[in-house]
Design a binder for this molecule. Structure first.
Ligand SMILES: *[C@@H]1O[C@H](CO)[C@@H](O)[C@H](O)[C@H]1NC(C)=O
Ligand SMILES: *[C@@H]1O[C@H](CO)[C@@H](O)[C@H](O)[C@H]1NC(C)=O
Ligand SMILES: *[C@@H]1O[C@H](CO)[C@@H](O)[C@H](O)[C@H]1NC(C)=O
Ligand SMILES: *[C@@H]1O[C@H](CO)[C@@H](O)[C@H](O)[C@H]1NC(C)=O
Ligand SMILES: *[C@@H]1O[C@H](CO)[C@@H](O)[C@H](O)[C@H]1NC(C)=O
Ligand SMILES: *[C@@H]1O[C@H](CO)[C@@H](O)[C@H](O)[C@H]1NC(C)=O
Ligand SMILES: *[C@@H]1O[C@H](CO)[C@@H](O)[C@H](O)[C@H]1NC(C)=O
Ligand SMILES: *[C@@H]1O[C@H](CO)[C@@H](O)[C@H](O)[C@H]1NC(C)=O
Length: 279
């Protein structure tokens, strides 16, 4: 990866996964020099028919207190020296990990934080590594570290694990037309019932009002075609990597929307934000 970029240029890599009307997801990738702010918000944002202006975002919630390496994560060591996760973890609540040391998830280990919207956040002064073939499943994965490496065959998978929409938005299509999830705007549905107007069959609306320069939104859920069963695919989750020095990614970072199938709309993709001195 490193040879693709001038070596000492500070890079900001933004990937925003945008959803099409129902099932297809188009990743959009923007690479820019750090101090050269993108001007995407300068485009003419005149509202489309039946669209609306978004409300102001609520302030971010504070982090919970940090967990401990041995007691809470069954790891070896301490967060202020070196903490190694040596066995699979099944988390049942949001976890925030903070320390002045290194944090390593060893090869083959899986960390499941796999309920919708589960947040797994790591903030260490040293290095982070996700070993070969190791995986993390979470709604939100947030990493702040000096160096970080993601081994061969490793996965950070937030697919279809989006949390609840923020206040003031519905997030999910309201009717039973099986519309798709939305992201920066509303998802659409094919108008098959001639008795209905297009505005009655809109898909999900935006899940939050994060900027394109720093995407931090969940994807929204797809609609269902049944009153009883929810067939909609889940929205994609959020991944943020902020690495002060060196980042090496040989694995996959996924924030896709979940599939809907023939009875529901697909979820929309979530957000991936990567910032590193060198990657
Ligand atoms: C994690 O724990 C929950 C609750 O105990 C259980 O329902 C789920 O199957 C477990 N998942 C894995 C991957 O072990
Ligand atoms: C990882 O798991 C695979 C298959 O389960 C096994 O063959 C391999 O030896 C394991 N590697 C390590 C380092 O434990
Ligand atoms: C990371 O931890 C430091 C303290 O070690 C704190 O000042 C900083 O705000 C934390 N950053 C994030 C993004 O949580
Ligand atoms: C980060 O990586 C660089 C290059 O490998 C190394 O010189 C430096 O000591 C590392 N820093 C930390 C905190 O691990
Ligand atoms: C990782 O998985 C690959 C392919 O399944 C396997 O060849 C390799 O030995 C695994 N590595 C480890 C450390 O288990
Ligand atoms: C990533 O892959 C490159 C070669 O493809 C290898 O040199 C490097 O050691 C790998 N790094 C990690 C962290 O797996
Ligand atoms: C990662 O895979 C590459 C080839 O894809 C191989 O050259 C490299 O040695 C591997 N690195 C590790 C640490 O297994
Ligand atoms: C990621 O998670 C989704 C949903 O659980 C799953 O369908 C997909 O196979 C996973 N992908 C990888 C590479 O683990």
């Amino acid at each position: 990866m490193a040879s693709l970029f001038p070596s000492f240029l500070r890079l900001t890599l933004l990937l925003t996964l945008l959803a099409s009307p129902t099932f297809l997801l188009y990743p959009v990738c923007i690479v820019s020099a750090l101090d050269d702010e993108l001007s995407v918000t300068d485009f003419d944002l005149s509202l489309f028919h039946q669209d609306y202006s978004p409300p102001a975002p609520p302030p971010p919630a504070p982090h919970p207190p940090s967990v401990s390496c041995e007691d809470d994560l069954s790891g070896i060591g301490t967060l202020d020296t070196t903490c190694e996760i040596v066995s699979d973890l099944n988390l049942t609540r949001n976890v925030y990990i903070e320390g002045k040391g290194d944090f390593y998830i060893l090869p083959n280990i899986s960390v499941y934080c796999s309920f919708s919207g589960c947040e797994f956040a790591i903030n260490v002064t040293g290095s982070f590594s996700l070993g070969e073939n190791a995986s993390i499943f979470a709604g939100t994965f947030e990493l702040v570290a000096t160096n970080a490496s993601f081994g061969n065959g490793s996965t950070v998978n937030t697919t279809a694990l989006a949390g609840s929409p923020p206040p003031q938005t519905s997030g999910t299509p309201q009717g039973i037309d099986g519309a798709g999830g939305g992201h920066g705007g509303r998802g659409a549905a094919c108008l098959m019932d001639k008795e209905k107007l297009q505005e009655d069959v809109w898909g999900g609306d935006a899940y939050s009002w994060s900027t394109l320069q720093r995407p931090w939104s969940y994807g929204s859920k797809g609609g269902t075609t049944s009153k009883e069963v929810d067939y909609g695919g889940g929205g994609g989750g959020r991944i943020m990597l902020v690495v002060d020095r060196f980042l090496e990614v040989n694995g996959s970072l996924l924030a896709d929307g979940g599939d809907g199938g023939t009875k529901g709309g697909g979820g929309s993709g979530g957000s991936i934000f990567i910032k590193a001195y060198r990657m």
